[in-house]
Design a protein around this ligand. Structure first.
Ligand SMILES: N[C@@H](CCC[C@H](N)C(=O)O)C(=O)O
Length: 263
C-alpha cells in the first residue's frame, strides 16, 4: 500500500507526517518503529499521524521512534500548523491552538500541571523539586505540559552526561509512564537546554521540553517571561504566567515529500 508522506523538522527534531484524514491508516507500534528507523525506514524522531477530529481542525497522533504512542509534541505541532493551516489541533495531551506568524509558528499548549499524579509519579511526593537524585543529577522539577518532563538545572551543561544517565531516569519506576529528561543552565536571562526524549533519546530540540524548562525557570524566578531557549538545533521563545497555558514560538521546516510502501 503506497502512501504519501511529508518529512519536516522543527529545529532539527524531525518528523514523518502521514495524512490519514481522508484515507484511514491503521498504525501499529511495529509499523511506526519501522518507518522511524534511520536505516530501514524513512527515519525520524517522531512519526505523526493526522486524523479527522470532532473537536478541532484535525487530530494529531504522535509515535516516538521506539513505536510508543504519546500525548504531545511541541515541534511537530508547529510543523502540522504550517503544513495544514490548522488553527486547532486535538492531541491526547489536550487541545492546542496555533497560527503561522511570518516565517515562524506560534502554538499555545495546555496549562502546565505540577501535582504528583498529573506528572504522573508512582506515589505522592513534592514535585518542585522532587526529593530524588540520580548520580550527580539532583532534585529535578517535574512538570506535565501535555506530556511528562523532569528538569535539572546545572552549572555546566556540556559536562552533564545526559546520554549516559538519560535512559535510567527515563525508565525509573518512579515514572510509571516514563519521562522526558531535560538538563538546562541559565545564562544572561536565557536558557540553554539539552533533552533526552522518552522513546527517542537525545534530540536536537524538544518543544515541550523547552516549555517545561521555561516554566520551571520562571517558577524558580531564574528568568522572566518571555524567555529564549537555546538548543542544539536552534532557538524557541517561550511565554508563560501562572494559571495560563504555555506559548511557544519558533520555526517549522518542510524538507521533502515522498511515497512509502507500508507493506
Ligand atoms: N520532540 C517533541 C516531544 C515528543 C514526545 C516525547 N518524546 C514524549 O515521549 O513525550 C517535542 O518537540 O515536544
Amino acid at each position: 500500500m503506497l502512501r504519501q508522506f511529508h518529512k519536516m523538522h522543527g529545529l532539527g527534531n524531525d518528523f514523518v507526517i502521514l495524512d490519514a484524514r481522508d484515507e484511514p491508516l491503521a498504525m501499529t507500534e511495529a509499523l511506526a518503529r519501522h518507518i522511524a528507523d534511520r536505516r530501514e525506514g524513512v527515519g525520524c524522531d517522531q512519526l505523526i499521524l493526522l486524523e479527522p477530529s470532532a473537536s478541532a481542525d484535525l487530530k494529531m497522533r504522535i509515535f516516538n521512534a521506539d513505536g510508543s504512542e504519546v500525548e504531545s509534541c511541541g515541534n511537530a505541532t508547529r510543523c502540522v500548523v504550517k503544513l495544514t493551516g490548522a488553527a486547532t489541533v486535538e492531541t491526547a495531551g489536550g487541545l492546542l491552538t496555533g497560527s503561522a506568524e511570518g516565517a515562524e509558528v506560534e502554538v499555545t499548549l495546555v496549562e502546565p500541571r505540577f501535582e504528583w499524579d498529573a506528572i504522573p509519579l508512582a506515589y505522592p511526593m513534592p514535585t518542585d523539586p522532587m526529593p530524588m537524585g540520580w548520580e550527580n543529577f539532583d532534585r529535578p522539577q517535574a512538570i506535565n505540559v501535555g506530556n511528562p518532563h523532569v528538569v535539572f538545572f546545572v552549572d555546566d551543561l556540556e559536562d552533564a552526561d545526559l546520554e549516559g544517565i538519560g535512559p535510567g531516569i527515563e525508565s525509573d519506576p518512579v515514572f510509571p509512564e516514563r519521562v522526558n529528561v531535560n538538563v538546562a543552565s541559565v545564562e544572561g536571562g536565557a536558557i540553554r537546554l539539552r533533552t533526552f526524549e522518552r522513546g527517542a533519546g537525545l534530540t536536537r530540540a524538544c518543544g515541550t521540553g523547552a516549555c517545561a524548562t521555561a516554566v520551571a525557570a520562571i517558577r524558580a524566578r531564574l528568568v522572566t517571561s518571555p524567555v529564549t531557549v537555546h538548543m542544539a538545533g536552534g532557538d524557541l521563545t517561550i511565554a508563560w504566567a501562572p494559571g495560563e497555558p504555555v506559548r511557544m514560538r519558533g520555526s517549522a521546516t518542510h524538507v521533502f515529500k515522498g511515497t512509502i510502501d507500508l507493506q
